[in-house]
Design a protein around this ligand. Structure first.
Ligand code: HEC
Ligand code: HEC
Ligand code: HEC
Ligand code: HEC
Length: 217
């Protein structure tokens, strides 16, 4: 037993103070160093950078034009080739009826004289016809900002509230996009698949399971 108790222990205990000194000295030095440099770092953060306080020269807002939430995305939205919007021939152009002889009626009401087939089922508690259709120019839609858009840009209207689907639609994940992966593309409008007045899909009734061949006689 005693023989196994090696001489190493003795050696270790002898050099221990030396080892300690070697370890502690750099640590202490680092600590002192960081304490000394702290005030300098603090001062640098507290002093505001005087070079960045000059006013930025923004172009003046254009008078009379409401801000367009899609501002800056215009170039992008130009590129969407879509088929004709699925409007009924009997109702287009809207201005056949909605002209000076029939001024816009902004009162929220149940329509009785026309459009009786349109039942609003699309967040109807908070929305009415003229939130999407332009009152003054019935042949156009408008965004929340008041900017009018044509019916072949209706995805911009939908995109205001359904940003995720709009983003996915643009990249061909939602809806239907055809064409070249690195060239011209065609898109179906949201309204080719969704009724803008009642966009929910009715739940489908599941089909009966297929009959086993062994049961067919
Ligand atoms: C969420 C926005 C939205 C609301 C709210 C809305 N519409 Fe529409 N409506 C649209 C869009 C978008 C189209 C175009 C669909 C298309 O391109 O075929 C449309 C199409 C129409 C059409 C043409 C239908 C056809 O068959 O050609 C009529 C008429 C119409 N809307 C009337 C109304 C009336 C009346 C109301 C209120 C009861 C209303 N809309 C509410 C977005 C809306
Ligand atoms: C054949 C005539 C006719 C055409 C075409 C027509 N409308 Fe109308 N529209 C009416 C009448 C009439 C009313 C009023 C109905 C009522 O008060 O009961 C009305 C009401 C509306 C309203 C409710 C707000 C308001 O000003 O009264 C909206 C929105 C509307 N129409 C949208 C459209 C759109 C969008 C189109 C084109 C896609 C269109 N209409 C085409 C006859 C027409
Ligand atoms: C002003 C905001 C707004 C606009 C614009 C709008 N939506 Fe909606 N939409 C909603 C809200 C809120 C709901 C959920 C409540 C409801 O369905 O009544 C909804 C529901 C839907 C649904 C059903 C979602 C589900 O889970 O089943 C579809 C599909 C849809 N919208 C498509 C459209 C299309 C297509 C357009 C453009 C013609 C459009 N929306 C424009 C606010 C909007
Ligand atoms: C080619 C047809 C098609 C087109 C185009 C299309 N959608 Fe859809 N959309 C669908 C289908 C299918 C569903 C899934 C319905 C379900 O799960 O019940 C859906 C679901 C949705 C939903 C419900 C949420 C979800 O993800 O289940 C919203 C909101 C919606 N679409 C908005 C839009 C908007 C906005 C556009 C245009 C930018 C658009 N869609 C274009 C077919 C389409």
């Amino acid at each position: 037993m005693a023989a196994v108790e090696s001489p190493h222990k003795n050696t270790l205990s002898r050099i221990e103070p030396l080892l300690r000194a070697m370890l502690i000295a750099p640590l202490a030095a680092a600590l002192v160093g960081s304490c000394q440099s702290a005030p300098a770092g603090k001062a640098a953060i507290d002093t505001p950078d005087q070079t960045h306080t000059e006013p930025v020269n923004l172009p003046p807002p254009q008078a009379g034009l409401p801000p367009d939430p899609m501002h800056g995305q215009k170039e992008e939205t130009k590129g969407y080739a879509v088929p004709k919007p699925p409007l009924s021939k009997e109702y287009w152009p809207c201005s056949d009826c909605h002209n000076d002889s029939q001024p816009p009626n902004r009162t929220r009401r149940e329509l009785k004289e026309d459009h009786t087939n349109i039942h609003l089922h699309h967040d109807e508690a908070n929305r009415w016809c003229l939130d999407c259709h332009d009152a003054e120019n019935r042949d156009a839609l408008h965004l929340a900002s008041g900017v009018t858009i044509t019916f072949d840009e209706s995805y911009r209207l939908c995109g205001q509230c359904h940003g995720t689907q709009y983003r996915d639609w643009k990249s061909g994940i939602h809806g239907k996009r055809t064409g070249m992966w690195n060239g011209e593309k065609q898109y179906l409008l949201c309204v080719h698949c969704h009724n803008p007045h009642s966009p929910h899909f009715k739940p489908l009734k599941p089909e009966a399971p297929p009959v086993r061949p062994s049961l067919i006689r």
